[in-house]
Write a protein that binds this ligand. Structure first.
Ligand SMILES: Cc1cc2nc3c(=O)[nH]c(=O)nc-3n(C[C@H](O)[C@H](O)[C@H](O)COP(=O)(O)OP(=O)(O)OC[C@H]3O[C@@H](n4cnc5c(N)ncnc54)[C@H](O)[C@@H]3O)c2cc1C
Ligand SMILES: *[C@@H]1O[C@H](CO)[C@@H](O)[C@H](O)[C@H]1NC(C)=O
Ligand SMILES: *[C@@H]1O[C@H](CO)[C@@H](O)[C@H](O)[C@H]1NC(C)=O
Ligand SMILES: *[C@@H]1O[C@H](CO)[C@@H](O)[C@H](O)[C@H]1NC(C)=O
Ligand SMILES: *[C@@H]1O[C@H](CO)[C@@H](O)[C@H](O)[C@H]1NC(C)=O
Ligand SMILES: *[C@@H]1O[C@H](CO)[C@@H](O)[C@H](O)[C@H]1NC(C)=O
Length: 523
């Protein structure tokens, strides 16, 4: 039954959604002039590039630079710095009971989707195994702090109840919006991808000015989606994915929250993609090495990067961490340009329990009820003066061994041991708590941080207030590496092999763009 499929798709999306990328600005590609090998700078010392941060953004930046080295012999040496002792940043795993024989759990970024073409392609090329989240399809509920307003296990009766509650049109219109957005995003992987030095320009170019300057609630309402659907289903998605409500978060990120079809993760941990990026890039990786300042060097056209390794000069520096979290000193002319972007302070609680379901009493249900194991939330009750949910999402994540399950809870405050004991009938085994500055607060806006901060100084995380995901960080870094290579080396990731754009149908045949073409990988 059609309705069934549609509703299921929408709800499933709600559960795990995440997603995609970008925007565009002025085509600096028109300025691209590629050197012949003899023209390349081969100075007494090879030019060095520093990358600050070994998460999705920094590791992929190193990888994109290595593609240009491999393809065109761009002669550079790359140093990657991270203050932590691991690669992956906000993408990292832990093991229940610290026992590596048990299945790992993602502590930060957990899923990506097929439209995330860089991560998808990377997992193929690096022979990493993708796990599909359909494998752990749990019944889903929506809790408003006082009532379970929806419970969906997929049967016809539940589907009928959903249809009765929300109708057919609202899910359909929402889906149309999300599909259109994904289609726009995919242009960023084509040969003709825009390249940008200003995110407002990219947003305008993609036709997203209104989507980014409007709340999810206002935008969807304007599309004719019902308030009930927005306040319950859509908000469940924005809260689990970004810890923000529909009357706050902009509609672009709201749409991304709903784009979770085909959610996947890498078996063993998503961070392996980022380890592979670095391994294959040939970059020098310095972990446990916080950078404390990036200042103009006494040498012309160089930046002096200070860390526990000392002060080293670089021709270009790529900052791939949220600037305000880095504690890096830069010239005031640079810091003044970077707006203060507040991040959502998120509490992640991972635990194991022998209780197969959460406690029905907590949800005001009779003792025999089977509480949905994917419990999402809506703030609608609180808006009407009732109690707000104490958590953003609470989800079972499969068995870690016989009769013991992993659970992940996101909340805006710490959940006490007593709270957990009550929720899981006193049957809590291992608990791991982590606080993250997870993603930016994403209110409607039409201005974004600068992509290029100064000559030779670039900012990957300028993209986050637009869209914040692992994938979009790899797209932002690709754009920045192209910008940097263009500015400093007369090169680009795909430079020499990109034919000038031609719309001549009769001879546009030769470089056929296959469906699986991904700019930067295929050129
Ligand atoms: C709980 C949670 C769930 C999420 N879920 C998803 C999801 O399902 N899917 C998804 O795509 N995204 C998700 N995200 C968002 C995603 O994690 C981020 O968008 C992405 O990982 C950011 O990558 P990055 O490389 O830009 O930044 P980061 O991963 O934060 O990397 C920055 C790195 O810079 C380092 N650093 C900082 N300062 C310095 C310094 N001074 N010197 C040296 N190094 C420094 C840091 O140690 C860090 O390793 C989630 C995030 C969280 C927290
Ligand atoms: C991935 O696996 C295939 C098939 O086993 C193999 O041919 C290929 O070399 C592997 N690639 C990498 C990068 O390890
Ligand atoms: C939002 O964007 C639209 C489309 O560009 C524009 O007409 C409108 O003025 C903008 N609104 C605000 C508040 O910036
Ligand atoms: C981006 O361009 C807009 C105009 O399109 C401008 O107002 C804004 O200042 C620019 N942003 C940056 C960071 O340069
Ligand atoms: C890049 O090209 C420009 C114009 O052709 C030239 O002036 C400049 O010296 C070149 N720079 C490098 C680093 O090759
Ligand atoms: C397109 O290609 C054909 C055949 O090569 C040529 O005759 C024609 O002039 C081209 N048209 C344009 C607009 O370049």
């Amino acid at each position: 039954m059609r309705h069934d499929i549609l509703l299921v798709a929408t709800l499933a999306a709600t559960a795990n959604a995440f997603q995609l990328p970008f925007s565009i600005p002025k085509l600096f590609s028109s300025k691209l002039i590629l050197p012949t090998p003899e023209q390349e700078v081969v100075g007494p010392t090879t030019p060095r590039i520093a990358i600050i941060g070994a998460g999705a953004g920094g590791s992929s930046a190193a990888f994109w630079i290595s593609k240009a080295k491999e393809r065109f012999g761009v002669d550079v040496e790359v140093d990657v710095y991270d203050s932590k002792d691991y690669i992956g940043g906000r993408s990292t795993t832990v093991y229940p009971y610290d026992d590596t024989t048990l299945p790992e759990l993602e502590l930060g970024a957990s899923i990506f989707v097929e439209a995330n073409k860089n991560l998808w392609r990377a997992s193929d090329e690096f022979n990493l195994t993708r796990r599909n989240f359909r494998d752990e399809d749990y019944e889903t509920g929506i809790w408003d702090g006082e009532q379970l307003i929806l419970s969906y296990a997929g049967g016809w009766w539940d589907t009928a109840k959903m249809l009765w509650r929300y109708g057919y049109i609202s899910p359909k219109r929402t889906e149309t919006f999300v599909r259109g957005m994904i289609k726009d995003i995919l242009t960023l992987y084509s040969r003709a991808t825009p390249k940008w030095d200003n995110l407002s320009d990219l947003s305008n170019l993609l036709g997203w000015a209104e989507i980014t300057n409007t709340t999810t609630e206002a935008y969807l309402a304007k599309q004719g989606v019902s308030a009930k659907y927005i306040n319950e289903i859509v908000e469940a998605a924005t809260r689990v994915n970004y810890g923000q409500n529909v009357d706050f978060i902009h509609a672009l990120e709201g749409g991304c929250s709903l784009a979770g079809t085909g959610a996947s993760a890498i078996a063993g941990g998503n961070f392996q993609i980022f380890e592979n990026f670095l391994d294959r890039s040939g970059a020098n990786v310095y972990l446990n090495t916080p950078v404390s300042s990036i200042l103009p060097s006494t040498q012309p056209q160089q930046w002096s990067v200070k860390s526990t390794r000392g002060s080293i000069d670089y021709k270009a520096v790529i900052i791939a961490a949220p600037f305000h979290s880095t504690d890096i000193t830069v010239p005031m002319s640079v810091s003044d340009q970077i707006p203060d972007v507040p991040y959502v302070h998120l509490h992640v609680t991972l635990l194991s329990t022998t209780s197969p379901y959460p406690n029905p009493a907590y949800f005001g249900l009779p003792p025999s009820s089977l509480v949905p194991r994917m419990m999402l939330t809506s703030n609608q009750g609180a808006r009407q003066g009732r109690k707000a949910p104490e958590f953003n999402s609470l989800s079972y994540h499969g068995a870690i061994r016989e009769n013991e399950w992993a659970v992940k809870i996101f909340s805006s405050t710490e959940l006490s041991d007593e709270w957990l004991a009550n929720m899981f009938h006193g049957q809590v085994g291992w608990v791991h708590r982590k606080e993250w500055d997870a993603y930016p607060k994403l209110p409607p806006t039409s201005t974004f941080p600068p992509v290029k901060l100064d000559r030779g100084l670039y900012y990957v995380n300028s993209f986050e207030p637009f869209i914040s995901t692992m994938e979009t960080e790899t797209v932002s870094s690709r754009n920045i590496v192209d910008l940097m290579l263009n500015d400093e080396f007369n090169a680009s990731i795909c430079g020499r092999s990109i034919p000038p754009p031609e719309d001549n149908e009769s001879d546009s045949e030769p470089p056929t763009q296959k469906d699986d073409f991904v700019y930067g990988w295929d050129c």
